[in-house]
Design a binder for this molecule. Structure first.
Ligand SMILES: [Zn+2]
Length: 233
């Protein structure tokens, strides 16, 4: 990756006509939402988060699933500068955001051209009757008052497939963009990181992260906290 400074990165964003942001946990930590990787620390020796976030656990050990999933909710977290600036860019440029985050903060910030690639904790529904329920209802009980069925969040659990429409929309956005900005992610989770294979040859890729990431194509690299550059967009 070719390291550049903030001024050069700002220039790339200014020149971009169709921009797709690929975002990860790093952009929500300034909003007080812990990175997933820290979960394995918290739950180390008890149970793997991968099991607690699996379809098997949801169905076979619903109480265990519910106890764990509640720890992932931060209903008072607010979007930060990064979410807000991405949402604002939509007003002046064709902008898309494809996020691995399940915290719903891009939506709260006002992004419309948005794909929550792994779903959102804040879209809850009943497994039995399919009815949508509010997050407040889900956080009160995981039993649906109407039918007695089990409530669940609309996130993609381990063992579950991704939403096909999310994949199609994400690929289309990446294919058509002349600038891809990867921000706040170590970019290691498949198939999210495979989206990079759909960039056009002429497209410019900008990575804003505190550590380098592996890409098999040319990319510009801004090695700093995302908040500081987004402040200046
Ligand atoms: Zn129901």
């Amino acid at each position: 990756m070719e390291t550049i400074d903030q001024k050069q990165a700002l220039h790339l964003i200014k020149e971009g006509k169709k921009i797709t942001f690929l975002t990860g946990a790093g952009i929500s930590t300034p909003s007080g939402i812990p990175d997933y990787r820290s979960l394995s620390g918290v739950y180390q020796g008890i149970e793997q988060p991968e099991y607690l976030l699996s379809a098997t656990c949801l169905i076979e050990e619903p109480q265990k699933f519910y106890d764990f999933i509640q720890t992932l909710y931060h209903p008072n977290a607010r979007p930060n500068m990064i979410h807000s600036k991405i949402a604002t860019l939509e007003k002046t440029k064709e902008t898309w955001v494809i996020s691995q985050n399940i915290d719903g903060l891009h939506k709260t910030a006002g992004s419309h051209n948005l794909v929550d690639f792994h779903g959102s904790l804040y879209d809850c529904y009943c497994r039995n009757c399919g009815q949508k329920v509010s997050v407040e209802e889900y956080l009160t009980s995981d039993r649906h008052l109407v039918c007695g069925g089990q409530l669940r969040p609309g996130i993609v659990l381990y063992e579950e497939g991704l939403d096909q429409q999310a994949i199609v929309t994400a690929i289309e956005a990446v294919e058509q963009s002349d600038l891809i900005v990867i921000v706040g992610t170590s970019f290691q989770v498949h198939p999210f990181c495979d989206l990079i294979h759909y960039t056009s040859e002429e497209a410019v890729v900008l990575v804003i992260n505190q550590t380098t990431i592996q890409l098999n194509r040319h990319a510009y690299f801004l090695n700093e906290e995302a908040e500081s550059i987004f402040e200046n967009i």
